[in-house]
Design a binder for this molecule. Structure first.
Ligand code: DOR
Ligand code: ZN
Length: 348
């Protein structure tokens, strides 16, 4: 196959940042996706429906002219989030989920939840009202090996959440392990997982190939080959429990090429093309549309997009960097080849 037309996809997990940085990156996503679930881990975090509405307005204002791209907003869950905020968010209409960062797990997670019990009243209300819980599924106990954090989170926290709130809609975001895949598969239709392009295309060896590769460092970190294989199987299986979430997470070059580099891979410039490559490698291009354009919308109870995009099998090379406010970002595959190219002009 050399050309592929699919329903316009959505990105169910994205970091857009704010200010000038937002203006530098949002166009990449809007050119490919109809909608994106925008993460709330700004400084300060987006903790209220009012703050989400204000952030939504800044994103829309930063869009290239003529775009109808729709940001889907999220609230950042803290120890102090009031259950009534769930009602306010639903009444406001822009918020599709509440993001749970275990405190200290990742970038700007300091205000996250310190113990799951504290969030029970909010989770109760979310279960009642059908609002989705989006999980950064990593245990934060420093004694847990960094490669075991997803498995430890499932055993220590996720099982507890689902036992207590069996009807809560939960997305285990950026699933990275075989155990994570198996867990999601074993749950009812209220539990789903998103998968990033880097976790489909790479294993952890890539982070150390010929030297340390800071631009491939993200959280959860890349895992073993047998995990990657399980992720590819899940994404290409046709199961509606797995769908696209790039977790594109831009950081200025100097903050990644640093003695203590930030976590995050920027992939929005090729946010659908990289998945096409992974699905083609698996001989499953015909399954891309379900994963990228149908299953996420179905899970969130939103209509599927009406328009379409077309990709052509024609290699191209992303530049060494893109502008990022006053700084620059190094995109995934900078200076290397990507097999598929977007041919649809303009944005959603
Ligand atoms: O690699 C990551 N980057 N993982 C996260 O959970 C957060 C994200 C970010 O905001 O940069
Ligand atoms: Zn993320």
């Amino acid at each position: 196959m050399t050309q592929l037309t699919i329903t316009r996809p959505d990105d169910w997990h994205l970091h857009l940042r704010d200010g000038d940085s937002l203006g530098s990156v949002v166009g990449f996503t809007a050119a490919r996706f109809g909608r994106a679930v925008v993460m709330p881990n700004l400084k300060p975090p987006v903790t209220t429906a009012a703050a989400a509405r204000a952030y939504h307005a800044r994103i829309v204002a930063a869009l290239p002219a003529g775009c109808t791209f729709q940001p889907l907003m999220t609230l950042y869950l803290t120890d102090n989030t009031a259950p009534d905020e769930v009602d306010r968010a639903i009444a406001d209409g822009l918020v599709v989920g509440v993001k749970y960062y275990p405190a200290g797990a990742t970038t700007n997670s300091d205000s996250g939840v310190t113990s799951i019990e504290r969030a029970f009243p909010v989770l109760e209300r979310m279960q009642e009202r059908g609002l989705v819980l989006q999980l950064h599924g990593e245990a934060t106990d420093p004694a847990v090996d960094v490669f075991d954090r997803e498995r430890a989170f499932i055993g220590s926290t996720l099982e507890l959440i689902l036992k207590r709130f069996p009807a809560l809609k939960v997305v285990l975001e950026h699933v990275t392990t075989r155990e994570g895949v198996d867990f999601v598969r074993a749950q009812g239709p209220n539990v789903a997982g998103t998968i990033t392009p880097q976790h489909l295309l790479l294993n952890r060896n890539a982070m150390f190939q010929g030297g340390i590769r800071p631009h491939l460092y993200c959280l959860p970190v890349l895992k073993r080959e047998h995990d990657r294989v399980a992720l590819v199987e899940a994404a290409t299986s046709g199961s509606p429990k797995f769908f696209l979430g790039t977790d594109s997470a831009p950081h200025a070059r100097h903050t990644k090429e640093n003695a203590c580099g930030c976590a995050g891979v920027f992939s929005a410039h090729a946010g659908i093309e990289l998945y096409a490559e992974a699905f083609e490698q698996a001989g499953a291009l015909a399954r891309l549309e379900g994963f990228a354009s149908h299953f996420g919308a179905d899970f969130y109870g939103l209509p599927r997009n009406r328009g379409a995009i077309t990709l052509r099998r024609e290699p191209w090379t992303p530049p060494a960097s893109y502008a990022f406010g006053a700084h620059e970002i190094v995109p995934f595959r900078a200076g290397e080849s990507i097999a598929w190219r977007l041919t649809t002009a303009g944005c959603a």
